[in-house]
Design a protein. Structure first.
Lengths: 726, 159
């Protein structure tokens, strides 16, 4: 970066890429709303900015190309030409071309240059259409109605369209009747469903709950208020409560007018909610103390009412902050962020060492320093991790393009709808999710969605819908890709699985397990190999990528109604909680999120090394594996340490996918924060181990790959059972 | 490979033979570091160690350069090397029975290995030098570890 120009250039490129990706989103949206003047304007502005700054930094080919696109778009903007599907297709290709031109700075490969020339010509042809058309009839008259002078008019007609996407805030009060429990309604589930719609703050009201002696446990005394900001619309909210409408009092109010302005004062909110009169507020304000306190003291409102109003205020403030956040964010190079995370990782490791040392020394003052240090570091860790969190929506747009291009190529009609685009995930996780999701979505378009005619025959709308939804679930994010296509053909999969020797011909296998065979390498039921899929690469790639992220993939399907792939991905890859265990002097870590519990077992009840058995854990039969045998621990010939097994061993019960599995270890030591380090490519695909971490004493411990171990155990016990049954 | 012309090499012993590697590739020599075994890995990969907060693999070339058996003596030192592998730079530890010193070898005096009479695969050797009447085998570490890593990946695939 000796040349200051280089630095500007880098910034320019970064911004141009961003603009081009906005342009892509805009064009795709424009395709479904071709008359939306705002969208045309936005696309025009994006291309105009790219053109201007490209010229400034000497990217002549870029600016020349952008100029032709701009000309064409301008004709659409002023209403001379109308936006057609073909134009959108052309503009999207043009956008890709611009991107490529940016990437090959200076030297442009021939094929791209040729492609560019032909695109350029097409833009010119398109623009040339303008003149004769102006004179001629039909198209112009349609456009003309829209165009005259009227930004305002256009907006007015487009408003309902835009509104569907707009986020609104609602105040929902839900008072279930006392007897609601008696018909088996789980009231809390309903309330929780609200938070799935968007950002929700839920305020439980318990003031009607009577003292214990008067309380009838079968009655519902509580009621709830929720402040919800969502794009889903009022009907979606009503749908949640549709089955309890009769039994409860439901009030939904829109808080829309307050968006965009400043946060309302508490008094206004209370008046708005009808909790208190304006005069009372004015009087209370006169006393120069906290308004809420005064109103409660004077018994004008109850404390819960004030608290609920405060929550509402806070919620709206946050929503507003999000709206404004564009101005409050800074751009940081991602490698700086990575370096920060690495440093925090080292701190966590060092802290583990400090904690260990302070235990060894057993000095009270050192222990207290170490504990404070630990608290600070864990806060620092959480903060740093949250910086790396990005909304997954940034990748969703890429998929919209995939669906569009692919369905066009295959002569199908399909549309991608997304949900939960603001679900946040670690940056590195998002980057690694891109490819697997593309595979799944391509698979859905190719195998799932039927041709328009076939869909009509089956009584479905011509255009298929692929839904991409993301939401948080504990320390995981669930990402679902579902389509309304024809679903999986159970018998075809079964036949193929038998043919490939994955199951026995007469083996009974649960649907769930059968469908998961799709993730096996080289498995495809497609009868013909197409350019899109059928080669059986794809779903196994998905599986491998998701495994490497420490996640799981699951598939459900309904014949004729489509299928759903659910990916469960950990929020972060860098630092996790782990359970440290010891086997014959060697240390291993089990990711704590997979651990269900630990039980002790006498050594003589375990059976021979390497043999797999079943144990009863909370009334469930769980197969277990003796890691000592599996990993050849306690045996110096294989490089382990000679150490006999203890009399009492421990079984860590861990769950992976839908299975539970027991891992027999010598001793469970405790739970630690661990920084995940890759094992490197020399140890790629080593069985049963997914990574490594550095312990407090500086030695390395291996992290167990619970998914993999569970699969090994489940397969062997499953096959044994099947062989026994057959 | 510009670094290889400066004539400075680190000499070490492995299975009774003296070897040398280009000193510009050597990060550090660790006298003691607890090696964590990675189960189910091929035998020439001895495990992993903590090197400045990163987890790096430790390879044992004795299996390739020695008489083929795993030496019972635990290497007393680990030489940490920068290795070029495909498109990326890897940091790798290599076990050595004893590390001697940094020596000067005149590049022009390093000769191609003889075609016969060597039990060492000559693709892994960039030449043989002589110092004080002793032959010193100069390793081409990129080639040596390419073979090691490939073996590791093959081993993994076979399972």
């Amino acid at each position: 970066m000796s040349n200051p120009m280089d630095k500007f250039k880098a910034t320019f490129r970064e911004e141009a890429f961003e603009l081009l990706s906005h342009l892509e989103d805009g064009l795709l949206e424009l395709e479904s709303q071709p008359l939306n003047g705002e969208l045309i304007n936005a696309a025009f502005r994006a291309i105009h900015t790219v053109k201007g700054s490209a010229a400034m930094f000497g990217y002549d080919s870029v600016s020349k190309f952008a100029h032709e696109m701009e000309t064409a778009l301008d004709l659409c903007r002023n209403g001379t030409l109308s936006i057609t599907k073909e134009f959108i297709g052309l503009a999207l290709k043009g956008r890709d071309q611009l991107r490529q031109l940016m990437e090959f700075e200076g030297v442009i490969p021939d094929d791209i240059a040729i492609e560019g020339a032909s695109l350029l010509q097409r833009f010119k042809d398109f623009a040339a259409k303008a003149k004769p058309k102006e004179a001629s009839a039909v198209a112009v008259s349609v456009v003309a109605e829209k165009s005259p002078g009227a930004e305002g008019e256009t907006r007015a007609t487009e408003a309902p369209l835009a509104e569907a996407q707009l986020e609104l805030s609602y105040r929902i009060s839900f008072k279930p009747s006392k007897g609601i429990f008696k018909n088996g309604t789980r009231v809390l589930n309903l309330v929780e469903e609200l938070s799935n719609l968007g950002r929700a703050d839920i305020i439980p009201h318990l003031e009607l709950v009577p003292p214990l002696e008067a309380l009838d446990p079968e009655c519902c005394y509580a009621w709830w208020e929720a402040i919800l900001t969502t794009a889903a619309g009022e009907n979606a909210i009503k749908d949640i409560f549709i089955f309890v409408e009769e039994l409860s009092e439901l009030k939904i109010e829109t808080l829309r007018g307050e968006l965009g302005g400043k946060a309302k004062p508490l008094g206004e909110i209370l008046i708005d909610r009808g909790d208190v009169s304006r005069d009372d507020v004015r009087e209370a304000l006169g006393s120069q103390r906290k308004l809420g306190e005064v109103l409660v003291e004077n018994k004008l409102v109850s404390r819960p009412q004030v608290e609920s109003a405060l929550v509402e205020q806070e919620h709206l403030k946050k929503v507003q902050e999000r709206v404004d956040s564009g101005t409050n964010s800074i751009r940081v190079a991602s490698d700086k962020l990575d370096a920060l995370v690495d440093l925090v990782g080292e701190l966590v490791t060092l802290q583990a060492r400090l904690a260990q040392t302070s235990i060894d020394i057993s000095d009270a003052s050192l222990a207290s320093i170490s504990e404070q240090f630990e608290r600070l570091i864990s806060q620092l860790r959480d903060n740093t991790m949250s910086i790396r969190m990005l909304p997954i929506g940034s990748t969703f747009n890429k998929f919209r393009r995939v669906v569009r291009d692919l369905s066009l190529e295959l002569g199908k009609e399909a549309e991608l709808v997304t949900e939960g685009a603001d679900t946040e995930l670690d940056k590195t996780v998002i980057e690694k999710l891109g490819d697997p999701l593309v595979h799944i979505i391509r698979n859905s378009v190719d195998h799932g969605i039927e041709s328009p005619d076939a869909r009509v025959r089956a009584g479905k709308p011509r255009a298929g819908v692929i839904k991409l939804a993301a939401r948080h679930s504990g320390a995981y994010v669930l990402i679902q890709v579902s389509d309304d296509g024809k679903g999986l053909d159970r018998e075809a999969i079964r036949a193929k699985a038998i043919e490939r020797g994955l199951i026995f011909p007469n083996q009974e296998i649960a649907d769930q397990e059968l469908y998961n065979i799709i993730f096996e390498p080289g498995f495809s039921t497609a009868k013909a190999v197409t350019s899109v899929s059928g080669r059986g690469v794809g779903m196994d790639v998905v599986k491998r990528e998701i495994d490497s992220l420490g996640g799981t993939a699951q598939l459900t399907t309904k014949p004729g109604a489509g299928m759903t792939v659910t990916l469960k991905i950990p929020l972060t890859l860098a630092i996790i909680e782990g359970l440290l265990v010891r086997i014959a002097g060697e240390f291993f870590v089990v990711p704590l999120s997979t651990v269900d519990g630990c039980i002790e077992i006498r050594n003589d009840q375990l059976g021979a090394l390497g043999e797999r058995r079943i144990i009863n854990y909370r009334d469930e039969l769980v197969p277990y594996i003796r890691l000592r045998g599996f990993f050849a621990c306690g045996n110096s010939e294989t490089g382990g340490k000679d150490e006999a097994e203890p009399e009492i061993e421990q079984i860590v019960i861990a769950s992976a996918q839908e299975y539970r599995v027991g891992l027999v270890v010598d001793q469970v030591i405790g739970d630690y924060q661990i920084v995940i380090k890759p094992l490197g490519r020399m140890y790629r695909d080593v069985d049963g181990v997914s990574g490594a971490t550095i312990l407090g004493d500086g030695t390395v411990a291996l992290i167990l790959d619970v998914n993999r171990l569970a699969l090994v155990v489940q397969r062997e016990s499953g096959l044994k059972a099947a062989a026994g049954g057959a | 490979m510009s670094g290889e012309s400066n004539g400075k090499y680190l000499a070490f012993e492995l299975a009774g033979q003296c070897f040398a590697v280009d000193v510009s590739r050597v990060e550090v020599v660790l006298e003691t570091a607890p090696i964590t075994r990675v189960p189910k890995a091929p035998p020439h990969l001895r495990g992993v160690i903590n090197y400045r907060g990163a987890v790096i693999p430790v390879a044992d070339l004795r299996i390739r350069f020695g008489d083929g058996s795993t030496s019972s003596s635990d290497g007393s030192s680990i030489i940490v090397l920068q290795v070029r592998y495909g498109q990326e730079d890897l940091t790798i530890g290599m076990l050595a029975d004893a590390v001697r010193e940094v020596i000067d070898l005149d590049p022009s005096r390093i000769e191609r290995p003889p075609q016969i009479g060597s039990r060492i695969d000559d693709a892994l050797i960039s030449g043989i030098g002589e110092r004080a009447g002793e032959f010193i085998v100069v390793l081409d570490i990129d080639e040596a570890f390419k073979a090691e890593a490939a073996a590791g990946e093959r081993g993994a695939e076979q399972r």
